[in-house]
Design a protein around this ligand. Structure first.
Ligand SMILES: [Zn+2]
Ligand SMILES: [Zn+2]
Length: 299
Protein backbone atom coordinates (compact mmCIF):
# COMPACT_ATOMS: atom_id res chain seq x y z
CA UNK A 1 0.00 0.00 0.00
CA UNK A 2 1.30 3.44 -0.98
CA UNK A 3 1.58 5.85 1.94
CA UNK A 4 2.90 9.00 0.30
CA UNK A 5 3.92 10.73 -2.93
CA UNK A 6 7.10 12.82 -2.78
CA UNK A 7 8.48 15.40 -5.19
CA UNK A 8 11.98 16.86 -5.06
CA UNK A 9 11.94 20.31 -6.64
CA UNK A 10 13.07 23.92 -6.61
CA UNK A 11 10.72 26.87 -6.98
CA UNK A 12 12.91 28.52 -9.65
CA UNK A 13 12.82 25.48 -11.93
CA UNK A 14 10.29 25.76 -14.80
CA UNK A 15 10.15 21.95 -15.08
CA UNK A 16 8.96 21.83 -11.45
CA UNK A 17 6.61 24.74 -10.89
CA UNK A 18 3.82 24.98 -11.66
CA UNK A 19 2.99 21.89 -13.72
CA UNK A 20 5.03 19.11 -12.04
CA UNK A 21 3.83 20.38 -8.69
CA UNK A 22 0.23 20.31 -9.95
CA UNK A 23 0.67 16.83 -11.41
CA UNK A 24 2.08 15.33 -8.22
CA UNK A 25 -0.85 16.85 -6.31
CA UNK A 26 -3.13 15.10 -8.74
CA UNK A 27 -1.25 11.83 -8.18
CA UNK A 28 -1.58 12.15 -4.41
CA UNK A 29 -5.27 12.89 -4.81
CA UNK A 30 -5.83 9.91 -7.12
CA UNK A 31 -4.00 7.64 -4.69
CA UNK A 32 -5.64 9.33 -1.68
CA UNK A 33 -2.37 9.81 0.16
CA UNK A 34 -0.50 12.88 1.42
CA UNK A 35 1.95 14.73 -0.81
CA UNK A 36 5.43 15.59 0.45
CA UNK A 37 7.24 18.48 -1.22
CA UNK A 38 11.01 18.61 -0.73
CA UNK A 39 12.40 21.97 -1.81
CA UNK A 40 16.17 21.76 -2.34
CA UNK A 41 16.52 25.46 -1.51
CA UNK A 42 15.32 24.86 2.05
CA UNK A 43 18.21 23.34 4.05
CA UNK A 44 16.11 20.95 6.21
CA UNK A 45 14.27 19.67 3.14
CA UNK A 46 17.44 19.42 1.08
CA UNK A 47 18.81 16.76 3.40
CA UNK A 48 15.71 14.56 2.96
CA UNK A 49 15.67 15.26 -0.79
CA UNK A 50 19.31 14.21 -1.20
CA UNK A 51 18.70 11.03 0.73
CA UNK A 52 15.67 10.10 -1.37
CA UNK A 53 17.40 10.84 -4.67
CA UNK A 54 20.64 9.15 -3.69
CA UNK A 55 18.95 5.97 -2.49
CA UNK A 56 16.10 5.66 -4.95
CA UNK A 57 16.44 8.18 -7.77
CA UNK A 58 18.84 9.54 -10.37
CA UNK A 59 21.74 10.73 -8.29
CA UNK A 60 24.66 12.98 -9.19
CA UNK A 61 26.26 15.94 -7.46
CA UNK A 62 23.96 18.31 -9.38
CA UNK A 63 21.02 15.99 -9.93
CA UNK A 64 18.12 16.76 -12.24
CA UNK A 65 14.81 18.05 -10.85
CA UNK A 66 11.99 17.40 -10.44
CA UNK A 67 12.18 13.80 -9.26
CA UNK A 68 9.00 12.08 -8.20
CA UNK A 69 8.61 9.00 -5.99
CA UNK A 70 5.90 6.86 -4.45
CA UNK A 71 6.63 5.52 -0.98
CA UNK A 72 5.03 2.36 0.35
CA UNK A 73 3.94 1.55 3.91
CA UNK A 74 6.49 -1.31 4.02
CA UNK A 75 9.38 1.07 3.28
CA UNK A 76 9.70 0.40 -0.44
CA UNK A 77 10.19 3.44 -2.67
CA UNK A 78 9.55 3.57 -6.42
CA UNK A 79 11.02 6.25 -8.66
CA UNK A 80 8.31 7.56 -10.98
CA UNK A 81 9.72 10.42 -12.99
CA UNK A 82 12.76 12.66 -13.51
CA UNK A 83 12.51 15.98 -15.36
CA UNK A 84 14.16 16.20 -18.77
CA UNK A 85 17.28 18.21 -19.30
CA UNK A 86 15.81 19.30 -22.66
CA UNK A 87 12.93 21.80 -22.99
CA UNK A 88 10.07 22.05 -20.55
CA UNK A 89 7.61 20.64 -23.08
CA UNK A 90 9.46 17.30 -23.02
CA UNK A 91 8.94 17.00 -19.27
CA UNK A 92 5.30 18.00 -19.74
CA UNK A 93 4.85 15.28 -22.36
CA UNK A 94 6.38 12.74 -20.00
CA UNK A 95 3.75 13.58 -17.36
CA UNK A 96 0.98 13.20 -19.90
CA UNK A 97 2.37 9.82 -20.92
CA UNK A 98 2.48 8.76 -17.28
CA UNK A 99 -1.16 9.67 -16.65
CA UNK A 100 -2.38 7.79 -19.69
CA UNK A 101 -0.16 4.76 -19.05
CA UNK A 102 -1.37 1.33 -17.97
CA UNK A 103 1.17 1.49 -15.16
CA UNK A 104 -0.45 4.56 -13.65
CA UNK A 105 -3.94 3.14 -13.87
CA UNK A 106 -2.97 -0.12 -12.23
CA UNK A 107 -1.13 1.81 -9.51
CA UNK A 108 -4.31 3.73 -8.63
CA UNK A 109 -6.55 0.73 -9.09
CA UNK A 110 -4.47 -1.46 -6.80
CA UNK A 111 -4.11 1.23 -4.16
CA UNK A 112 -7.82 1.89 -3.93
CA UNK A 113 -8.72 -1.79 -3.92
CA UNK A 114 -6.28 -2.50 -1.07
CA UNK A 115 -7.46 0.54 0.77
CA UNK A 116 -11.07 -0.49 0.56
CA UNK A 117 -10.51 -4.09 1.53
CA UNK A 118 -8.24 -3.27 4.41
CA UNK A 119 -10.36 -0.46 5.89
CA UNK A 120 -13.42 -2.68 5.90
CA UNK A 121 -11.49 -5.62 7.36
CA UNK A 122 -9.84 -3.46 9.97
CA UNK A 123 -13.17 -2.01 11.05
CA UNK A 124 -14.73 -5.47 11.34
CA UNK A 125 -11.79 -6.83 13.27
CA UNK A 126 -11.05 -4.03 15.70
CA UNK A 127 -13.79 -1.42 15.72
CA UNK A 128 -17.05 -3.32 15.98
CA UNK A 129 -18.30 -4.85 19.20
CA UNK A 130 -21.14 -6.96 20.56
CA UNK A 131 -23.52 -4.76 22.53
CA UNK A 132 -26.97 -4.64 24.06
CA UNK A 133 -30.12 -3.30 22.48
CA UNK A 134 -31.40 -0.21 24.25
CA UNK A 135 -34.88 1.28 24.53
CA UNK A 136 -36.35 -1.67 22.63
CA UNK A 137 -35.48 -5.09 24.08
CA UNK A 138 -32.88 -6.91 26.16
CA UNK A 139 -31.39 -8.69 23.18
CA UNK A 140 -27.82 -8.42 21.93
CA UNK A 141 -26.93 -5.94 19.22
CA UNK A 142 -24.35 -6.61 16.56
CA UNK A 143 -22.78 -4.73 13.69
CA UNK A 144 -24.26 -5.07 10.19
CA UNK A 145 -22.74 -3.65 7.00
CA UNK A 146 -24.92 -1.10 5.30
CA UNK A 147 -22.74 0.45 2.66
CA UNK A 148 -19.09 0.97 1.80
CA UNK A 149 -16.97 2.35 -0.98
CA UNK A 150 -13.27 2.90 -1.49
CA UNK A 151 -12.78 5.09 1.57
CA UNK A 152 -15.91 4.80 3.62
CA UNK A 153 -17.62 2.10 5.65
CA UNK A 154 -21.10 2.55 7.10
CA UNK A 155 -22.81 0.00 9.32
CA UNK A 156 -25.46 -0.25 12.02
CA UNK A 157 -25.81 -1.90 15.40
CA UNK A 158 -29.08 -3.80 15.41
CA UNK A 159 -30.75 -6.39 17.63
CA UNK A 160 -32.36 -9.61 16.30
CA UNK A 161 -35.65 -7.70 16.23
CA UNK A 162 -34.15 -5.33 13.65
CA UNK A 163 -34.10 -2.29 15.95
CA UNK A 164 -31.13 -0.03 15.20
CA UNK A 165 -29.46 1.55 18.22
CA UNK A 166 -26.82 3.45 16.24
CA UNK A 167 -25.35 3.89 12.80
CA UNK A 168 -21.58 4.24 12.55
CA UNK A 169 -19.51 5.69 9.74
CA UNK A 170 -15.77 4.92 9.50
CA UNK A 171 -13.29 6.77 7.32
CA UNK A 172 -9.74 8.09 7.35
CA UNK A 173 -11.13 11.39 6.12
CA UNK A 174 -14.88 11.43 6.85
CA UNK A 175 -17.30 13.35 4.70
CA UNK A 176 -20.18 14.29 7.00
CA UNK A 177 -22.28 15.45 4.06
CA UNK A 178 -22.02 12.01 2.52
CA UNK A 179 -23.01 10.38 5.82
CA UNK A 180 -26.00 12.66 6.24
CA UNK A 181 -27.16 12.14 2.70
CA UNK A 182 -26.85 8.37 3.18
CA UNK A 183 -28.99 8.53 6.33
CA UNK A 184 -31.50 10.96 4.84
CA UNK A 185 -31.92 8.82 1.74
CA UNK A 186 -33.10 5.98 3.99
CA UNK A 187 -34.93 7.43 6.97
CA UNK A 188 -35.85 10.88 5.67
CA UNK A 189 -34.03 14.13 6.40
CA UNK A 190 -36.32 15.32 9.17
CA UNK A 191 -34.87 12.93 11.74
CA UNK A 192 -31.22 13.38 10.74
CA UNK A 193 -29.94 16.27 12.84
CA UNK A 194 -26.42 17.51 13.56
CA UNK A 195 -27.07 17.15 17.27
CA UNK A 196 -27.24 13.35 16.97
CA UNK A 197 -24.01 13.10 14.96
CA UNK A 198 -20.84 12.65 17.03
CA UNK A 199 -17.28 12.18 15.76
CA UNK A 200 -14.53 10.23 17.54
CA UNK A 201 -10.86 9.62 16.73
CA UNK A 202 -9.52 6.07 17.03
CA UNK A 203 -5.81 5.38 17.41
CA UNK A 204 -4.17 2.02 16.87
CA UNK A 205 -2.72 1.89 20.38
CA UNK A 206 -6.09 1.94 22.12
CA UNK A 207 -7.22 -1.11 20.16
CA UNK A 208 -4.41 -3.46 21.18
CA UNK A 209 -0.99 -4.36 19.85
CA UNK A 210 -2.25 -6.19 16.72
CA UNK A 211 -4.38 -3.22 15.70
CA UNK A 212 -1.53 -0.91 16.49
CA UNK A 213 0.70 -2.83 14.08
CA UNK A 214 -1.94 -3.04 11.35
CA UNK A 215 -3.47 0.43 11.42
CA UNK A 216 -0.72 1.95 9.27
CA UNK A 217 -1.71 -0.35 6.42
CA UNK A 218 -5.16 1.19 6.43
CA UNK A 219 -4.46 4.83 7.12
CA UNK A 220 -1.38 6.91 6.42
CA UNK A 221 -2.13 9.07 9.48
CA UNK A 222 -2.38 6.10 11.87
CA UNK A 223 -5.85 7.26 12.85
CA UNK A 224 -9.39 6.27 11.85
CA UNK A 225 -12.33 8.57 12.39
CA UNK A 226 -15.59 7.14 13.57
CA UNK A 227 -18.81 9.13 13.28
CA UNK A 228 -21.83 7.97 15.27
CA UNK A 229 -25.44 8.68 14.55
CA UNK A 230 -27.48 7.95 17.68
CA UNK A 231 -30.99 9.31 17.94
CA UNK A 232 -31.86 10.86 21.25
CA UNK A 233 -35.63 11.31 21.16
CA UNK A 234 -36.99 14.33 23.04
CA UNK A 235 -40.77 14.24 22.64
CA UNK A 236 -43.13 11.35 23.48
CA UNK A 237 -43.91 11.16 19.79
CA UNK A 238 -40.23 10.78 18.93
CA UNK A 239 -39.84 8.15 21.65
CA UNK A 240 -42.62 6.04 20.17
CA UNK A 241 -40.77 5.64 16.87
CA UNK A 242 -37.49 3.91 16.15
CA UNK A 243 -35.14 3.15 13.29
CA UNK A 244 -35.18 -0.44 12.04
CA UNK A 245 -33.24 -2.39 9.46
CA UNK A 246 -35.23 -4.21 6.81
CA UNK A 247 -34.82 -7.94 7.43
CA UNK A 248 -36.71 -11.14 7.06
CA UNK A 249 -37.38 -13.21 10.21
CA UNK A 250 -36.25 -16.47 8.55
CA UNK A 251 -34.04 -15.40 5.70
CA UNK A 252 -32.00 -12.93 7.70
CA UNK A 253 -31.51 -9.55 6.10
CA UNK A 254 -33.80 -8.58 3.30
CA UNK A 255 -32.86 -5.36 1.54
CA UNK A 256 -30.82 -3.94 4.43
CA UNK A 257 -32.49 -0.55 4.17
CA UNK A 258 -33.15 1.53 7.27
CA UNK A 259 -36.70 2.68 7.96
CA UNK A 260 -38.71 4.29 10.76
CA UNK A 261 -41.69 2.69 12.47
CA UNK A 262 -43.42 2.32 15.84
CA UNK A 263 -40.87 1.01 18.35
CA UNK A 264 -43.29 -1.73 19.44
CA UNK A 265 -43.96 -2.97 15.93
CA UNK A 266 -42.96 -6.53 15.09
CA UNK A 267 -42.78 -5.77 11.38
CA UNK A 268 -39.38 -6.58 9.90
CA UNK A 269 -39.72 -5.34 6.35
CA UNK A 270 -39.40 -1.80 5.07
CA UNK A 271 -42.42 -0.34 3.28
CA UNK A 272 -40.42 0.89 0.34
CA UNK A 273 -40.29 -1.86 -2.25
CA UNK A 274 -38.84 -0.27 -5.35
CA UNK A 275 -37.34 2.71 -3.52
CA UNK A 276 -33.57 3.14 -3.54
CA UNK A 277 -31.79 0.49 -1.51
CA UNK A 278 -28.35 0.64 0.07
CA UNK A 279 -26.91 -0.94 -3.07
CA UNK A 280 -28.43 1.76 -5.25
CA UNK A 281 -26.94 4.39 -3.01
CA UNK A 282 -23.51 2.89 -3.71
CA UNK A 283 -24.09 3.04 -7.44
CA UNK A 284 -25.29 6.65 -7.24
CA UNK A 285 -22.26 7.62 -5.20
CA UNK A 286 -19.85 6.00 -7.60
CA UNK A 287 -21.57 7.58 -10.56
CA UNK A 288 -21.19 11.00 -8.93
CA UNK A 289 -17.53 10.60 -8.14
CA UNK A 290 -15.00 12.17 -10.47
CA UNK A 291 -13.08 8.96 -11.00
CA UNK A 292 -11.86 7.21 -14.08
CA UNK A 293 -13.82 4.52 -15.83
CA UNK A 294 -11.18 2.00 -14.77
CA UNK A 295 -12.30 2.41 -11.20
CA UNK A 296 -15.94 2.08 -12.11
CA UNK A 297 -15.27 -1.22 -13.78
CA UNK A 298 -13.38 -2.40 -10.72
CA UNK A 299 -16.41 -2.45 -8.46
ZN1 LIG B 1 -34.05 -4.77 20.46
ZN1 LIG C 1 -36.60 -3.50 2.54
Amino acid sequence: MIKRVSIVLAKYCPHCVPFSMRNTSRMAEDLRVPLRVLDIEIPEQLEEADKLVEEHGDWSEDYLIPQVFVEYADGRVDHILTGFSETVSVTEASWEALFSSKLYHSLVHEQLATNHKSLKEFVKKYLTFQGRCRRHCDGPSSFLDLWSDLNNVIGAYACPGGYVSKVVYFSVDPDIKLFKSFLSSQVGEEIVTDRDICPATRHGWELGSDASAEIREVTPTGVIKEVYWTIYPKTEDEKSRGVFICSHPEKGRECGKLFVQDTKSRNRLCPSVGRPSATNFLQDQLANQPISYELLSWK
